[in-house]
Ligand binder design. Structure first.
Ligand code: HAG
Length: 222
């Protein structure tokens, strides 16, 4: 039996959370090594596992993979969540680049100046309501299927679901003007693997707090 994928990252969402979501949606169990000290980080670096000196790092199928998008693409293809042909794959790439852009704004905010946090979050919610969610609302309406691409669950659906939850943490009523997205969220949220990951005690991480930010800053020395 193949070894479980092993994730090396901080004990928080950051760039690794999308990878946790994709593995969970695929029903794949994974292990985690939480990086909590500079020494740990340097040990992994000195072992030559961090191509560009950065994490996330995922150990899978005998490889030590870095670069979030490369990892996600490998997992999506490996677990049949990357469409049935090149055109579907291109759509999935387009949609996941969009949800990644939105989520990265949220991930970066805890590291921005304290005076500006509330303003940043308000701007992100505004961007979600005027740029990203209207786009996905139209895709779902025009496509007329249960999922974003073809008629099969894909990486694009996992990441849109994750992005919706993250924006709802900032504004609980954000979907009030998006009926298609509301129905999509209910459908995906009812899928067994997703439901399991949403349960307390899963490997899903909470929003960034001051402790997480301090650990990341101390480890990465910035
Ligand atoms: C990827 C890191 C350093 N393109 C890469 O995987 O997509 C970028 C990876 C990356 O930036 N990793 C960061 O290792 C940690 S992750 N940096 C070391 O020398 O570049 C990042 C997000 O919440 C996480 O904490 C980190 C800081 C975020 C700061 C945003 C302004």
């Amino acid at each position: 039996m193949a070894a479980k994928p092993k994730l090396y990252y901080f004990c928080g969402r950051g760039r690794m959370e999308a990878i946790r979501w994709l593995l969970a949606a695929a029903g794949v169990e994974f292990e985690e090594e939480f990086i909590e000290t500079r020494e740990q980080f340097e040990k992994i670096q000195k072992a030559g596992h961090l191509l560009f000196g950065q994490v996330p790092l995922v150990e899978i199928d005998g490889m030590m993979l870095t670069q979030t998008r490369a990892i996600l693409g490998y997992l999506a293809a490996k677990y049949n969540l990357y469409g049935k042909d090149l055109k579907e794959r291109a759509r999935i790439d387009m949609y996941t680049d969009g949800t990644s852009d939105l989520m990265l704004m949220i991930l970066a905010t805890p590291f921005s100046s304290p005076t500006n946090k509330e303003g940043s979050y308000a701007t992100i919610v505004q961007k979600a309501k005027t740029r990203y969610f209207p786009a996905f609302e139209k895709v779902l309406k025009d496509h007329g299927e249960d999922f974003l691409v073809g008629n099969a669950f894909s990486w694009a659906d996992v990441q849109l679901f994750e992005a919706i939850l993250m924006v709802e943490e900032l504004d609980a009523g954000v979907l009030s003007g998006f009926p298609q997205l509301k129905a999509f969220k209910a459908r995906v949220g009812n899928m067994p693997n997703i439901k399991k990951f949403l349960q307390p005690g899963s490997q899903r991480k909470p929003p960034a707090d001051d402790h997480y930010v301090k650990v990341v800053r101390d480890v990465l020395q910035f």
